[in-house]
Design a protein around this ligand. Sequence first.
Ligand code: FE2
Ligand code: FE2
Length: 514
Amino acid sequence: MLTGLIRRPDEAGAPAPEQVHLQFGADAAAQVAVSWAASAAVARPRLRLGRTRGQPGIQVDADERVYTDALMGETVFTYHARIGSLEPGTQYAYEVLHDGSPPVPGTFRTGPRGRSGPFRFTSFGDHAIPGPVGDGKGPHSPNAGYVVTAVERLDPLFHLLNGDLCYANNSDQPVATWTSYFANITRSARHRPWMPTPGNHENEAGNGPQGYLAYQTRFDLPGNRTPAFRGNWYAFTVGPVRFVALNNDDVCLQDGGFSGLRRDNVRGYRASGFDPYISGYSGGMQRRWLDAELAAARQDEDIDWIVVFMHQVAMSSAHFNGADLGIRQQWLPVFDKYGVDLVLAGHEHHFERSFPVRGVLPGSALLTPAPVRTERRDPAEFDTRYGTVHLTIGGGGHPYRTPGRRLHGAHEGVVIAGVQPGDPLVQRRSVIETEPAVWSAHSDTRAAFGFASFDIAPVEAGGTTSITVTYWAASDGSPSYRARDRVVLRKPLRAGQRPDDQLAGTRQARRSSG
Ligand SMILES: [Fe+2]
Ligand SMILES: [Fe+2]
């Protein structure tokens, strides 16, 4: 990708590595990628890895990937070092460097192998940046910084970013907005992977066919067998959980990527035919990949849980954006077919939690998801064998929150059922309809900001496995995040995976060998 026309700096002028952040590979027990950026092309970008800092270890050469932002005309240099064959559940120290730069240190911990131990992850969407960049019209809030500290405090193994990372498509300084974003998260993301999925605001018109070129260049994510759609959707395994990232702009009806700022200021926007409306762009490829991925996960005896994370939502009781009928048409039947346990999203700037849902209400033209009664012992415990629990966690830091007064109440859902005509120069307006929100178990628009933590117990004494979900929220301008909602997803382990079955299996093996 790099041409010989880009001049390498001499060693004395080398810029420092910056924006260092981590990603897991497809197998979190063995694979990690370390990524960073530099303000100019550098020579011999590389990573040194050891068990403790300062200890000599292996060296890994980094790949360089660049893109040129269509609004700024500025080229961004990123570097990615992939490490494989790591030990599971192990702490490592690393440093990244290139010729003429001081090394930048970091650490990470690999995921557990199988059901060998518990772990925690965290998640939110709609992050934005902690302070103004450029003309300051791009979204920013102090909480976009505070939430990173709050996540760090919980020491998760990794974090999931449910789209709308920094809203660069609405900034007059998109490159500086991305720089601010990574500068904010690196204090966490260089010690634990922050795994993203693209939201509508990652669509920067002019940056590649779907506008995702900045996102795709800056992250190094597990493959999906289609280089053109690298990072748009992918999957990875941590312990007994298969995580699946989806790109909902491919199936949504809403026109969420439109930016008047880029329409008016990206050179060649009209002449080049740039169009931020990308619904259907994969031609069904993503859905076929999802079906195959979930089928494989359900046949894998080492996988107990399937967690999907994506941006736009399948259900919403907020008059903000609304749920999208395209998601209901394209994704929910596949989630039902393979019994997805948990779906995490953002896009709506508040917190909402559904009952387990499966199928649709009879005769519902809007495909309203049907809540299912489970054999729950307690109103805060659900068995996801009977249905999929959806969480909207969109209060990461965007200053414009879902207005509570515009909620019609807990019993009305909002659905984007279509789009009006438009073109690349005029945003297509959503066609809004409403439905009974029979699927809504809990919503919270009072707290402006929040995120969720997830504690996985792979094997419990009673022969079950569980995920404990906690929602942490803070008021506007407050760094204090407090637990406000807690729910447990619990189900029996399959035969052969339960502690008593393991004991029985061991006894059987002893008897047959002795
Ligand atoms: Fe958003
Ligand atoms: Fe969004």
